[in-house]
Design a protein around this ligand. Structure first.
Ligand code: FES
Ligand code: FES
Length: 417
């Protein structure tokens, strides 16, 4: 049995203890806000906050060094206070507000502390740097009167400083001097990927419903999909010619089950009502295979305006999250239908580590496969024969080479004629 310790919990210090009595493998539901995004997790009581962040939400910036509260590498903010994520059970933190190093700044708009670390060569091996950043943030936000002489001792809670301790001190001092009236708040805390609780973990909706009010038999919740603020991770804008009349294309768009069968690696599993659908999608990128479960909402089905708009979001069991805003437009042409797809795709968690280029290639290949399947379905009125497979990593890697060979062969044939 696991009972929450009484003294290491910052919530307890704030007078909000959450005593937990559960078997180590009993699942306990926890709701917390992580970097501005509400998350609902169903976790065994033995899972630490560090493991919940890394393994269940895909936020791998928080590192675990000693697991004994000594090294400070797992430092995060819990309700605004620095805390060792390895010493807290996640189930203690129901209702807590967590900020991890991912919430500190955006890649295109770093937090001043991150900028100062970079400028002063204070970025170390990557393992301890998140701990230093979060500890420094906590120091400057809770003790703005700290003096330069006090910095070494104040930052000694993170013990790995094998390469650049002095540079870290300089970076923190500089940030302190640049912001004497208070360090700016974390800049990357916003409402992001929201997913249903079908997998028992992931971001939750803030639509006001409580647990247990799920509308679907399998537990997937019909939720309002709220897209993140800011630029998408990938923006896709692709046009293709489908050699079938526009009416035939729209007959597929009218039948959401048939349409779903045309999506590579996708499967529609539930009709949640009011144009919301539950489903699964599989994507392979390199050695990593992702299996998303999520929801899609057809927000516009405008045959007269020739526009279909779908919002989708999903999460895989490893914490990768994706959201997409997809608009398909059609236009009759002399040879059939011109179809244009515009998609904004937002990725968080481990999937976000793939370069934009590779993720963009995956999206483009998926769209090409979708267009082929759509052509087949519109021509035959039937679902494509066999499932439309998600693009394979090998194909993606060799696609540019194959395209080049094809072009060379075509050129060669023209020259030979
Ligand atoms: S891993 Fe938490 S303090 Fe070392
Ligand atoms: S572990 Fe980070 S520099 Fe040594």
């Amino acid at each position: 049995m696991t009972t929450a310790p009484e003294t290491t919990d910052p919530l307890a210090q704030k007078g909000k203890p959450r005593p937990i009595k559960a078997g180590v493998d009993d699942l306990v539901e926890v709701r917390m806000t992580v970097n501005g995004t509400p998350a609902v997790l169903s976790l065994p009581a033995r899972v630490t906050l560090a493991d919940a962040l890394r393994d269940h939400l895909g936020l791998t910036g928080t590192h675990v060094g000693c697991e004994h509260g000594v090294c400070g590498m797992c430092t995060v903010l819990v309700d605004g206070q620095a805390a060792r994520a390895c010493l807290l059970f996640a189930v203690q933190l129901d209702g807590a507000d967590i900020v991890t190093v991912e919430g500190l700044g955006r890649p295109d708009d770093l937090h001043p502390l991150q900028e100062a670390f970079g400028r002063n060569h204070a970025l170390q091996c990557g393992f301890c740097t998140p701990g230093f950043l979060m500890s420094s943030y906590d120091l400057l936000s809770t003790k703005p009167e700290v003096t330069e002489d006090e910095l070494p001792e104040e930052l000694s809670g993170v013990i790995c400083r094998c390469t650049g301790y002095r540079n870290i001190l300089t970076a923190v001092r500089e940030t302190h001097e640049a912001h004497p009236d208070g360090i700016p708040a974390p800049g990357n805390c916003a409402h992001r990927a929201l997913v249903g609780r079908a997998t028992g973990q992931g971001g939750g909706s803030t639509d006001g419903r409580e647990a247990g009010e799920d509308t679907a038999a399998e537990g997937t919740r019909r939720i309002d999909i709220v897209l993140p603020d800011g630029d998408p991770t990938i923006a896709v804008d692709i046009e293709t010619e489908i050699g079938v009349p526009v009416d035939a294309v729209w007959r597929v768009f009218d039948d959401v089950h048939l349409l779903a069968r045309c999506l590579p690696g996708a499967e529609l599993t539930e009709d949640l009502g009011e144009d919301h659908y539950g489903g699964r999608a599989r994507v392979s990128v390199g050695p990593i295979k992702l299996s998303f479960k999520g929801v899609a909402h057809v927000v516009a089905h405008d045959r007269a305006g020739q526009r279909l708009r779908v919002l989708a979001q999903g999460q895989d069991t490893g914490g990768a999250q994706t959201q997409a805003d997809i608009v398909l437009r059609t236009e009759a042409t002399a040879t059939g239908t011109a179809m244009r797809a515009e998609a904004k795709v937002y990725l968080t968690g481990r999937i976000a580590q793939f370069g934009r280029a590779l993720a963009g290639d995956v999206s483009r290949r998926m769209f090409e496969q979708f267009a082929d399947a759509l052509r087949e379905a519109a021509t035959s009125g039937q679902a494509p024969s066999g499932p439309v497979k998600a693009p394979s990593a090998l194909k993606l890697l060799f696609a540019p080479l194959i395209d080049r060979i094809r072009t060379a062969l075509r050129r060669g044939r023209r020259t030979a004629r």
